[in-house]
Structure formats: C-alpha cells, structure tokens
Design a protein around this ligand. Sequence first.
Ligand SMILES: [Zn+2]
Length: 383
Amino acid sequence: MLVGCLESGPDSELYGDRGSWTFAGKQDDPSATCKGRCGSPDPTVSGCYCDDECATYGDCCPDLAGACSGLGDKGCLPLMVNGDPQDKLDIVLIPDAYLDPQQLQQFVAAAKVYLGLTGEPGGLLSVEPFASNKDKLNLYYVKHQAELRCNRTFSCDRAEVDRLARTCPGHDERIVIFNNDHYSGTNTFSSWALTCNTTTPEHARHLAAVIGPTKLHCTDQPCTLAISRPWSLVHELGHSFACLKDTYNNNRWGHQYGKGHPNIDGFGCSKWCSGTPTVPAPNNQDCAAQQTEADCLALDVKPPCRWNAATKTCSPQKLVDDKHQLLNVGRGCLPGTGCYQGAEGLQGYRALSYPNTIMGYAEQLEFDIPSLRHLKQLLLKYR
Ligand SMILES: [Zn+2]
C-alpha cells in the first residue's frame, strides 16, 4: 500500500542498503519526487523511493502520496506514468506464473527490458513511433502471483487477465509475460497476440503474450536469464494494438489478408500505392484444380501454373521478374514501399520484397512504412 508511507518503517539495519529513518530526499530537493516514477523499484537521484515497499523501509519520497495516489491499492503498480489514463495509451503488463516475490522481481526486470525502459535495443520505447511518443503512454504492471496459463494461446485464462488488467486505471492493451520455466517449456510459441478481427469476446481482445527470461535461451554457464528477443513485444503489440499482420511469407495460420489490416493489401496495394498495378492481375485461380502435370503446365493463364512433383499439386506461380525476384506490382507507391506478393499466403501483398522489419523477420528494429503510418495515426488519438 502506498498510503501511509510517511510513517516510520522498521529498523533499517535489517534491510541492508534500503531504508532510512529519515527521508533520503529533502522536501525542497527537486529530484526527490515520484512524478513519473511511481512504482519504480529504483531510487531517485536523491535516494528516495516510490515503490510500494518504501512504506516498510521508510524511505519514500516526500510527494509519493500525492504523486501516486490510488495506485497499488488493488495490485496495479506503475512503471511509467505520464498523466491521466483518459488521455494516454495505457499498457498493462501481467505476470503469469511468477509465484514468489523473487520471481516477481524477475518479471519486473523482464517487463522493463521489453518496454525499453532499460535502453535495450528493440524495447518498446526504443522503436518508432513509440520512441517519439513516449509521453502518450502510461505503463503499468499488476502484482499478482498465480498461473494464467498464457504460455499457450488457447488455454490462457483470458477472463482472469481481464480482471487483473482492470485493477489499473487504464487498460487499453494487456501484455502477459509468462514464466516458461514454470511451464517446463511446454509453450507452442514464444510470443503470440490476438489480432483485431477475431470473434473472441471483448475481454479477450487487445491481448498479447511474450515469454519471460527462460533457461531455454541460455547459452552461457552458469545460466544468466535474459530476454532473447526484446522486439517481440513490439511485434505482438503491432498485432493487438494496431491490427497489423505478419509480413513474413507465411500462410501457416490459414489467414486471409483482410481490409482491416493496414500493412497487407490485395493486388496493386491501393492502401499505399496508386492501386493501378504494373502488370495484369494474376489469372491463375484454376491452377489448383488441375490434377496432372500435363494439365497443370498446359493451362493457359498468366503467370503460368507450377507443378510440384513431390506433392503432385498444381499451384499459382508467384509474380516474379525474369531474375526470379518478387515482382513489384505497385505503381505510384509511397517512398520506401512497393507491392510484393506473398504475405499471409499468395493472396496477400506487402510493401517490401524481403520483409526484414518488425512485423517480418525483425532484422531491422523498425516498422515498414504502411505499419508506421498507421501506428502514428492511432497515436494521434492520445495526448
Ligand atoms: Zn506475428
């Protein structure tokens, strides 16, 4: 509890480097403030604290009660609070299966890496457009020690996640960090998110999950727990917050590209190009109906069908140029974009021929142009 922190705490001798009978920060010291640091387990420059334990240690900053009032009462603690939740994009991080205070500390450390609060490349606040819109975000975590089973998408206790998120004053986006070691590495994916056009109930939407520090990712001995892909939270938030789709070449999920997905389009890419393509539309939907190699290759469509001898299937050929590179079928595209077949299956087109950005292979820690444009648009709603 934060309220009552101005009372004296137990003997500081018992608590090592934490604690002091007097306030570490003086009333007139401008750095002794909890403004923007509510819930942080780190001391301010002047040595006072703003977390929910400072009451016990007796080392709270003088303005804690005013600056952080109401927070922590129900388990929600701030990581970075910039203002009224009404005006901000409120992101709540929720621990899954961090079952004691020490494990919970691990969770908080992981949350900070994922959010970019530690300066780690790929953390949320290091990636545009979030980097230059930091002040539009409120970041919280929920102090909670139980299983939510969000290591697997479909067993995740979404109703409980919803209840926990609601302990925070704002809860636009919920991100679960699951303790992989607790689940003995039985997760299917190391991260996942629910995208916008699902039929799942409201409480299950705007939800993503990422893996916590895990022994699985240890390459050194003894094992130092670390987050191996800090950018994966940004990628999943791209799905859950902005309805963005994966742009790496896949149709594993059987997804259809949809009108509601700003970074995937149909032939011609009218979302970020003129919509007038450079080549005629593929006329090869009949390929799949062909049963033999002869029929497959004889079919008179453009581009021609392709026969796969191993699977004995006839399928549409990708739109490639004469060097077998994916063909840019977009005309008048935004700078830095084109229109390339192969996102979410052959029906989907993306802005990059090789999608090395956050929603793709994430070799570059930035969003592709259509995604960035859409994210900026969404952030305009916040102040
Ligand atoms: Zn994805």
